[in-house]
Design a binder for this molecule. Sequence first.
Ligand code: ISJ
Length: 283
Amino acid sequence: MSRNLLILAAAPTLGELRDTLVRLEDTIIFALIERSQFKHNNSIYEENKMSFKDGYKGSFLTWFLKEVEHVHAKVRRYQSPDEYPFTGNLPEPVLPPLAYPPVLVDPQNINVNEDIFDMYVNTVVPGITQPGDDTNYGSSATRDIECLQALSRRIHYGKFVAESKFQDPATHDEYVRLIREQNRDRLMELLTNAKVEELLLKRLKAKAIIYGQDLSSASMDANGNVKTPHESPGSSPVIGGKAEERAKTRVDYDLVVSLYRDYVIPLTKEVEVEYLLHRLDSD
Ligand SMILES: C=C(O[C@@H]1C=C(C(=O)O)C=C[C@H]1O)C(=O)O
């Protein structure tokens, strides 16, 4: 067994990590549902739109995110290896550091939150909200920050997944060879599991349809029975028996699937590749 297998504490298994990613699907879907209850409120994303006493020139959302992350930094949130801030120049914690087991070797301190922020503001928010302004700026930004933090955790979990694959005796030597070659494309091929991705997208659609269904009092009779037949996740999404009618869900389930297919999974794999490319820097 090569030396770099001995450096680290026992990393979580790939199966345990995948279970965590499955659970984060729920967190992300419900966070999107919560944000979707408010209008787009585009002004909170525009720079120089609101005046701040300290002369800050950014958008309301980036100002709020800065304020939230400053407080969270003081309680050492970003000393956790699975938490990455969107804001720079954060204060030191008021609490003493925790002794996290050294699972990751990440000399670059990889952080793709800029990409996550741009994707979320420019693609996700317009896709999950109705156009317009309902002045719920604080509530919208609060839900935005919950979405951004959940997406960031999920995507940066790619570091743990990459470390688990690197430590797998079945593939360790091939990873070492490809890292020494700095062969980005072959690393991407080796770490990609198309079957896991395919099953994930199918599960995600089912979750978004089920979680997104409106089971408010309006859709239930006096005895608490659901009045409107709700499609089972395996069937084509229908309500009221018309197969061509889309399920009326609180969040667009096709958008949730495309969010993962086009952004979350590719960004997670980018994190995995970047992590692996620098895994042996300290050797
Ligand atoms: C996270 C993994 O690595 C890759 C990324 C995946 C994702 O972001 O969902 C799924 C499978 C892999 O292609 C994994 O193998 O589970």
